[in-house]
Write a protein that binds this ligand. Structure first.
Ligand SMILES: Cc1cc2nc3c(=O)[nH]c(=O)nc-3n(C[C@H](O)[C@H](O)[C@H](O)COP(=O)(O)O)c2cc1C
Length: 196
């Protein structure tokens, strides 16, 4: 058996986005939780999956739901992620509560949304794996929220040589592209922030 803490932290080296998955219970009440286990599965038919802890209070609802929706959070929705990761609170308080075309609660301001028809549930140890067929999706140009090593992060596109030159961070020399003093200072500052 692995050391569970070491295992969890090794899994955390896989950077993911952050989603909120929603559904309605049999009485029509909205249910949702933060999940980073979301992944794409199939393009044709369009299918996605995510996994839910068997300890989650939401498990019976997702087991019965005919439809659920995955909301890919934008970088400015960190507070929403924390809210939907807190058990036993009214997670939907103060949110305007429409449904998407598939019939699951719609959370506004996301980077993307996938409305799904529930298709299969698989056993996955201490999690249940839900596979859904995407029946509707929506996307807007928004920076996504990132999760890595148990912390939130932001996307940083790797700069090209042309980007660095334009910003005065590097110059083209006979030996190739080399950092300017400003470029070196900036790199050191970024490394200090990333290691904190
Ligand atoms: C970034 C992040 C990702 C998470 N991903 C998952 C996940 O994929 N599956 C899961 O069961 N719980 C996940 N959780 C924990 C649940 O959001 C949390 O336990 C939630 O309270 C469960 O919903 P419940 O209150 O209905 O039980 C995650 C939490 C965070 C902060």
């Amino acid at each position: 058996m692995f050391d569970p803490i070491a295992f969890r932290s090794a899994l955390g080296s896989f950077a993911t986005g952050v989603t909120i998955v929603t559904a309605r219970d049999a009485s029509g009440a909205p249910v949702g939780l933060t999940a980073n286990s979301f992944n794409s599965v199939s393009l044709d038919p369009p299918m996605v999956l995510w996994s839910l802890s068997l300890h989650s209070g939401s498990l019976p609802v997702f087991r019965d739901a005919q439809n659920w929706a995955v909301h890919v959070l934008a970088a400015d929705q960190q507070a929403m992620s924390d809210r939907f990761a807190t058990p036993a609170i009214d997670k939907f308080e103060g949110l305007s509560l429409g449904d998407g075309p598939e019939g699951a609660p719609l959370i506004e301001g996301c980077a993307a949304r996938f409305g799904c028809r529930a298709r299969f549930e698989y056993e996955g140890g201490d999690h249940a794996i839900f596979l859904g067929e995407v029946v509707d999706f929506d996307r807007r140009e928004a920076e996504p929220l990132i999760y890595h090593g148990g912390q939130y992060g932001r996307i940083m596109r790797a700069p090209t040589g042309a980007d660095l030159e334009r910003e005065g961070l590097a110059e083209d020399t006979a030996a190739g592209l080399s950092l300017t003093d400003r470029g070196r200072d900036l790199l050191r500052a970024l490394e200090r922030v990333a290691k904190r």
